[in-house]
Design a protein around this ligand. Structure first.
Ligand code: WTA
Length: 635
């Protein structure tokens, strides 16, 4: 019996040890017992990080959609698979059962086939958070086409780059999308993008906002009539374990976005196993991840992880602030959500609103709270814990990346005691290493270094589409025989990991390594502060000094900025030490963020260094307008 579902700490340690000592036996048992295979593997794992080459379950044949859908039909056919909550709260939620999902995925798959899409073809999916997004994704997987989902908030330039990079001939989109009180002309953005994508032959258009759009003859087709005419049965394509399942782009610190390639069997096994344990999902639970399927979090923990477990997965079309900042809490109450997975940036934005809205709703259904995407600062952690979880629901601070495919370092709720700002322990099968400046692994506890992974795990990306050399250079060349994450981390006295942020954000002040996250944490502890970001700038004596950008809470009263600066530095002194004090503090109304909510420190660094000649492309930012404002007020 494999330990598919871990229930107490001793069991975690026991299973973890097994997963490290006998990784092949361990993953083979998990794979044997919980999935539908058309053919079993000849070999569980072969790997060589110097190439790098990693193969899991070689020789196996399967289709991931049979594991996400067909396998559940006999026992869960009438259970809700996808619970769609529309942007407008007065529009009815849609419950798509496993039976219905089966039919809709098969129909869509047949439409794709009818348009000439074949196994191995790349299909670009640029669709908002409506059911068609999940269904299109699964339909590609059904016929073995490689999906490349592009977040439907990206600009036409960003979309064109991604379409061209992997030569998509087919694009799936919608006439438009809703975002709070606004509608967005998605099809117009696609039309603009396609001016520079000569390879695209077919555009399939779902109807969402019923706007009057331009349909290019011969290229653009309404989806619904094609679906209506399609058969509700579509045999699943036979896929090899290492056949690509999808490409998902992630931005690097330099150059064009990297198309991370994920393959079929290992990705399926790992996302399923992590979903089950990290969220302690039980039959009849309602699980909600607020991410967009356009990001890895949505791929792994809205679609594949939940569905392979036969779960009910909520898909929310809207934004946390519409019609007001109580929307998340209203949805949790309405659908009696049991597991809620969101990002620190959302928590901070909601915390800024106070507790009135969160107290208005019944959140007693919640059992587990998740956090992902960036380090969660202490203040946000406590706000989440106190006001959302009412101190009853463990917070799982899950560290992972687009490249890792699944959650890597995380508490297991009700199993691992949590500690604010710590992602705690490696998940089963994950072997982290912290590397020192001399390139040696730092052994023992109470060390701080660069986070690497020294053994393959099933869901790791296998390459960058079209550029294996870049994959090797980016991830496997910094340290021999190790995958380098680009993050810094520390290991405390009991072996818990705390992610300190990207190492490119580490600032060395007077010879001391300072992570941005702990300093921002300290600043955010100040009652007047809503959010902050720290960067380094050159300093004659110290090498680097710290520059802080601080957003104040909107309390309606005006504050003396000089006093606040002193108080903030006092906070830092108390939490970290005088070494981490800021030389300059600029108060600002916003911070430049990526669409996924990450602060673009690269831009802030350039502004602080008064080096604004080449800020790079700011058009894909969520809020490009704040950049000028920050520049105008630089200290
Ligand atoms: C950061 C998102 C601290 C980290 C799944 C990583 C985190 C990058 C956490 C990947 C966390 C993600 N604590 N930092 N719990 N989760 N990160 O590819 O820097 O969008 O390298 O994947 O986000 O971001 P990505």
């Amino acid at each position: 019996m494999s330990n598919y579902h871990i229930k107490h700490l001793e069991e975690y340690y026991q299973v973890y040890r097994k997963s490290v000592r006998e990784p092949e036996n361990f993953w083979e048992e998990v794979a044997e017992e919980h999935f539908m295979w058309q053919r079993k593997w000849d070999n569980v794992l072969s790997w060589d990080f110097s190439k790098p080459e990693v193969k899991w379950f070689e020789g196996a044949q399967l289709n991931i959609t049979e594991n996400c859908i067909d396998r559940h039909l006999a026992t869960r056919g009438n259970k809700t698979a996808i619970l769609f909550e529309p942007n407008d709260p007065s529009e009815a939620a849609e419950h798509i059962t496993y039976n219905q999902l089966y039919e809709r995925v098969c129909e869509f798959a047949n439409v794709l086939k009818g348009q000439g899409v074949k196994k191995g073809d790349r299909v670009c999916i640029y669709v908002p958070m409506i059911p068609e997004l999940a269904i299109a994704t699964l339909a590609c997987a059904r016929i073995g086409a490689i999906h490349s989902v592009v977040f439907a908030g990206f600009s036409s330039t960003a979309l064109a780059t991604r379409i061209n990079d992997c030569d998509c001939k087919t694009v799936i989109t919608s006439d438009g999308s809703y975002r709070g009180a606004k509608t967005i002309d998605l099809k117009g953005i696609v039309d603009d993008a396609l001016d520079s994508c000569p390879g695209v032959e077919t555009v399939l258009v779902a109807k969402r906002i019923n706007s009057d759009i331009n349909m290019k003859q011969g290229r653009d087709k309404w989806l619904q009539p094609l679906l209506d005419a399609a058969s509700k049965e579509c045999p699943a394509e036979v896929m090899n374990a290492e056949d690509p399942l999808f490409i998902l782009y992630t931005s690097g610190s330099t150059g064009k976005p990297k198309g991370m390639v994920h393959t079929t069997a290992g990705y399926m096994v790992y996302t399923a196993y992590t979903f089950k344990n990290v969220f302690q999902y039980k039959e009849d639970d309602v699980y909600w991840c607020t991410a967009d399927i356009g990001w890895i979090t949505g791929h792994s923990y809205i679609v594949y992880g939940p569905l392979t477990n036969g779960a009910t997965s909520v898909m929310f079309e809207g934004v946390p602030s519409y019609p007001d900042f109580g929307r998340f809490w209203e949805i949790i109450d309405k659908h009696q959500v049991n597991q809620f997975y969101t990002a620190p940036t959302a928590i901070r934005a909601l915390a800024k609103q106070g507790t009135e809205l969160v107290d208005k709703y019944d959140l007693s259904s919640l059992k587990v709270l998740g956090s992902v995407g960036e380090p969660i600062n202490e203040e946000a952690w406590h706000w989440y814990n106190d006001n959302v979880g009412k101190k009853q629901s463990p917070i799982v601070d899950t560290w992972w990346q687009t490249e890792t495919g699944g959650i890597m370092i995380t508490p297991i709720p009700f199993v691992t005691p949590t500690k604010p700002t710590y992602a705690t322990l490696p998940f089963i099968g994950i072997q982290p290493a912290l590397m020192g400046e001399d390139g040696q692994e730092l052994k023992g506890n109470q060390v701080d270094g660069r986070l690497c992974i020294k053994f393959p795990w099933p869901s790791m990306a296998r390459t960058i589409w079209g550029n294996h050399q870049r994959y090797r250079d980016t991830y496997f060349s910094a340290y021999e025989n190790k995958y380098f994450t680009g993050d810094g981390a520390l290991r405390d006295d009991v072996g818990y990991y705390r992610i300190t942020g990207r190492v490119d954000d580490v600032i060395i002040v007077s010879g001391h390594n300072l992570g941005t996250a702990p300093i921002e944490d300290a600043i955010n502890e100040h009652p007047a502060v809503a959010e902050s970001a720290i960067v380094g700038f050159p300093h004659d004596v110290k090498g680097n000094a710290l520059y802080g950008y601080v957003i104040l809470k909107d309390t309606g009263e005006s504050r003396n900025h000089e006093n606040l600066r002193k108080e903030i530095n006092q906070m830092i002194t108390e939490h970290i030490g005088p070494i981490a004090k800021l030389d300059k503090i600029q108060f600002t109304s916003g911070l430049p963020k990526t669409r996924s909510g990450k602060i673009m420190r690269r831009i802030l660094r350039k502004i602080a260094c008064k080096d604004t000649s080449n800020l790079g492309d700011t058009s894909t930012l969520l809020n490009p307008e704040v950049v000028q404002d920050i520049m105008d007020n630089v200290l």
